[in-house]
Design a protein. Structure first.
Length: 418
């Protein structure tokens, strides 16, 4: 039996490798190997006051702390049966938009070098300087959105149960609104450059899972839906998505109907691409992304499209907030025992937090399902389908193509081992 072993895959968040077993030219099994230990965040939460959940879970990840912060708050609000008014929801949506914008921009910076024949991502700075500057500008805008509302861009402190501990600076929000047209123009310019990226040909049909909301492109709220007719509330997540753990592994993977599925930008477009804003729809047409699309290399294309959609959406939300005379930032609540689930779309896909709390306001049970934990199973099946097409390539070329597919997923290992 032959093996393809990659001990370390670079340009992903965290440390992971992979092993592929081959017998008589046939792929027997592809398996991702996570090289990090369990961080036990769910255990750390047990016995802690509910107000600490958003602060602790934000530490799961430095790339997407805001979405953990907000999803934890939503789950605990569901447990306490707190209704959150629209002004607070809109500010949370802006934070989530900023989170996804900055994360997608970083991944495009890291992964695009694969498709352009560059030695490393920093070569973009010299060989594609305009694109590099646009990426940096877009990412900074995303970080500014999070910082202005959450208090800081990494591990925000202000967002919590019931809303925000501190009102955001209105002048800074106005400046961000004034800056939006420039950032949108930069994103559109970047999408023009993105046409130079030649996406690998590949297709393997899978099920897409994402939040769905008939009113909008769902990021903050919606039912857990799929391309195969799944439609359940977040509260019933474990009736459709089943966690499992393989021997000698620390990650709880997730399956549906015993099969893998995909979450993330490409899944969201396949579920709700008809809800995109005008410029994002035009970009999808320009980049020739036809739906349904089962080529997971196009996850990168989907990130480019989402960046433009979310910059457009942020303009609407900022305008609505600044014009509103009813600026509510926090609602009061009473402590009581309960169980609640929160779901949001993280940069890499569906994120679920579930908490059981007692009548003293302490957490007695916690469960967190991250996007990477959900799509790792799907990535392995993609590898098994993709690798046979690489037979004629040299070992180095095979490795490069395999790593490109892995990186297209934009893994976050820190989230997976939470």
């Amino acid at each position: 039996m032959k093996k393809i072993v990659i001990n370390h895959i670079n340009k992903i968040e965290g440390h992971a490798g992979m092993e592929v077993n081959i017998l008589n030219g046939k792929i027997l099994k592809a398996r991702m190997e996570v090289k990090e230990g369990a961080r036990l965040i769910e255990g750390i939460l047990i016995g802690r006051p509910i107000e600490e959940a958003s602060l602790i879970t934000a530490r799961i990840c430095g790339l997407c702390p805001a979405v953990h912060c907000i999803t934890a708050s939503k789950a605990l609000e569901a447990a306490l049966k707190i209704k959150i008014p629209e002004p607070i929801v809109n500010l949370r949506k802006i934070m989530l938009n900023g989170q996804i914008i900055q994360s997608h921009a970083l991944h495009i910076l890291m992964a695009s070098s694969d498709y352009l024949g560059l030695g490393n991502s920093l070569d973009l700075m010299s060989k594609h300087s305009a694109a590099f500057q646009n990426i940096i500008k877009i990412r900074e805008f995303g970080n500014e959105l999070i910082e202005t509302i959450g208090g800081r861009s990494v591990h925000p402190m202000s967002a919590n149960i019931g809303g925000f501990l501190k009102a955001p600076n209105q002048e800074k929000l106005k400046k961000l609104l004034e800056k939006q047209p420039e950032i949108l123009a930069s994103a559109i310019d970047l999408s023009d450059w993105f046409e130079k990226i030649k996406i690998n040909k590949f297709s393997r049909k899978t099920e897409f899972v994402a939040l769905k909301n008939n009113k909008e492109y769902a990021i903050y709220e919606g039912d857990i839906s799929s391309s195969e007719k799944l439609s359940i509330s977040a509260q019933k997540y474990n009736s459709g998505l089943i966690e499992f753990q393989r021997a000698s592994e620390i990650i709880n993977m997730v399956k549906r109907n015993q099969q893998p599925y995909l979450v993330g930008p490409l899944a969201r477009l396949n579920i709700a691409g008809n809800k995109l804003n005008k410029n994002a729809r035009q970009t999808m047409k320009k980049l020739k992304l036809d739906l349904p699309c089962y080529n997971t290399f196009h996850n990168l294309t989907a990130q480019m499209i989402e960046i433009i959609h979310l910059i457009e959406e942020t303009q609407k939300l900022l305008q609505k907030h600044l014009k509103s005379k009813n600026k509510i930032y926090r609602v009061s609540y009473k402590i009581k025992a309960g169980y609640g689930v929160g779901a949001c779309e993280a940069p890499r896909g569906l994120l679920i937090h579930a908490y059981q709390i007692d009548n003293q306001g302490k957490i007695v049970k916690a469960n967190i399902i991250t996007p990477t934990a959900q799509f790792l199973f799907n990535l392995e099946r993609d590898l098994e389908a993709f690798i046979p097409s690489l037979k004629k390539l040299s070992p180095n070329q095979k490795r490069q193509k395999i790593e490109m597919l892995v990186r297209a997923y934009d893994l976050c290992i820190s989230c997976a081992v939470h």
